[in-house]
Design a protein around this ligand. Structure first.
Ligand code: 5AD
Ligand code: SF4
Length: 455
């Protein structure tokens, strides 16, 4: 396809959106648009949106809103709202952003190219949020479009989409649709291709990876992990997200036995209170969650754990909140992602009584984060003196005090441990993509510092 112009893609939200943006870039590439990081040069601007919380949704509208003025000077500019907010709003999006050209829902990505052509042929506004059973297979291969990307060490691969768990706070079942799994052959082929282009680490994505393939009657998630474990060139396999109610013993054994699968599990608990868990429709109790963690630790004693927490869910009392605080004390997660509950009109909890006021939510969030910072610091301190394997991702953005004076010919590099902790260390060479052993000397809540072992 001959060159038509430049495309700028702005991504808001989760890892799946990052992956989706790569797919959109690949389609744009097929239609003659080259990716640019310079907004001023763009002939097409895509905002890939997230609707999980109010703030993310507002970010999307505010980003796209600013093109009203720019389009006056550059009338040929095509503006696109893609992803979850697009799927949720449909043509209503034009009310808030009248200058928008394309509303592209999560279910309509495979038709993006045709929509661009429709706009180019003179139609000012098009919207597509129709359903599709296919996920990704009909889309171009991303590794071709992104072959020259700088950070090729670690990549996401979506293995399934949608969710039918209907947690009462969550928009995902409404904006991502019913659960669908990709075919194992197609996933393996994509990862093979990524491995050949130099990728060393893969993170498999799905809203609930534990139920991978169940509907389709194909292989299970642990069996898929085993197939990916056999791919040459891939050194590490991560995955997210696991639902505690579906965490199987087979998955625990896969983490224990498959050497490339990282010794790390992200297992969102959301709350430590049984009352709140029930209202959230999570399908497990605090006790059941703790039991799963015990099983996990029995078979994988070194496992690193992370979780998601929502504070200020409707009717969350002080006692309920304390139950969550106590759970963090008891389990000692390596890290957490914590959020203040955000009302989403399409999710049932928006209609629940006893909504918690914003200030209280903020106070609870701060208390929770402070507690976790102490826990993370304690866990990271325990690593001082140990030697851990790090996959080197690039140069450190952070500079260590006194680093330059002490080590003139050294570069300061950064990578991640198997447990997903950021590790900084000095090195004479660009070791990007290498797996190296680092002796940990210093620990902070958000990073570890050390030297190559033996150096
Ligand atoms: N408000 C706050 N946090 C939410 N999450 C999902 N929906 C909401 C909401 N309405 C959080 C959950 C989930 C993570 C991806 O986002 O903790 O695990
Ligand atoms: Fe949302 Fe619950 Fe599905 Fe996760 S499991 S995507 S929180 S509905």
């Amino acid at each position: 396809m001959k060159y038509k112009g430049s495309a700028y893609i702005h991504t808001i939200g989760c890892q799946m959106n990052v992956y989706d943006s790569e797919k959109l870039a690949a389609i744009l590439n097929d239609y003659g648009y080259e990716k640019t990081d310079d907004l001023d040069k763009a002939d097409i601007v895509v905002c890939n949106t997230c609707s999980i919380r109010h703030k993310a949704e507002e970010k999307a509208f505010s980003f796209l809103g600013r093109f009203a003025r720019i389009k006056k000077q550059k009338p040929h500019l095509i503006t696109v709202m893609a992803g979850c907010v697009a799927q949720q709003e449909g043509k209503k999006a034009f009310k808030r952003v009248p200058h928008l050209n394309i509303v592209l829902g999560t279910q309509a990505f495979s038709r993006f190219g045709q929509l661009i052509e429709t706009v180019q042929s003179g139609k000012e506004r098009v919207v597509d949020i129709a359903g599709s059973q296919k996920i990704y297979e009909a889309l171009p291969d991303t590794s071709v479009a992104f072959g020259c990307d700088e950070n090729k060490i670690s990549r996401f691969v979506t293995i399934m989409q949608g969710c039918e768990n209907f947690c009462t706070y969550c928009v995902v079942p409404y904006v991502r649709g019913k659960e669908r799994s990709r075919k194992p052959e197609s996933i393996v082929e994509e990862i093979n291709c990524l491995a050949k282009s130099g990728v060393k680490e893969i993170t498999l994505l799905g809203q609930n990876v534990n139920s991978y393939g169940q509907k389709e009657g194909g292989i299970s998630f642990p069996q898929l992990l085993s197939k990916i474990n056999d791919i040459n060139g891939i050194h590490r396999i991560r995955f997210a997200t696991s639902h505690p109610k579906d965490l199987s013993m087979d998955l625990i054994y896969a983490i224990r036995d498959l050497e490339k699968v990282c010794n790390h599990l992200h297992l969102p608990v959301q709350s430590g209170s049984n009352k709140v868990l029930k209202k959230m429709n999570r399908g497990y109790t605090r006790e059941k969650y703790i039991n799963r963690i015990s099983d996990l630790k029995k078979h994988c004693p070194q496992i690193a754990l992370s979780t998601d927490i929502i504070v200020g869910f409707p009717s969350e009392s002080k006692d309920d909140f304390n139950d969550t605080m106590n759970l963090l004390h008891e389990i000692e997660f390596d890290s957490i992602f914590a959020f203040a509950y955000s009302d989403r009109s399409s999710a049932p909890a928006a209609k629940f009584s006893d909504q918690i006021d914003e200030r209280q939510k903020r106070d609870r969030l701060n208390a929770l984060l402070q507690l976790q910072e102490r826990v993370t610091q304690k866990k990271n301190n325990e690593l001082i003196g140990s030697i851990i394997k790090v996959l080197v991702e690039g140069k450190s953005i952070k500079k260590r005090d006194g680093f330059e004076q002490n080590s003139k010919n050294m570069k300061q590099m950064a990578g991640r441990s198997e447990s997903n902790k950021i590790v900084h260390f000095p090195s004479e060479h660009d070791t990007i993509g290498d797996m190296i052993k680092i002796k940990i000397e210093d620990a902070y809540p958000h990073s570890l510092w050390g030297h190559p072992a033996g150096a």
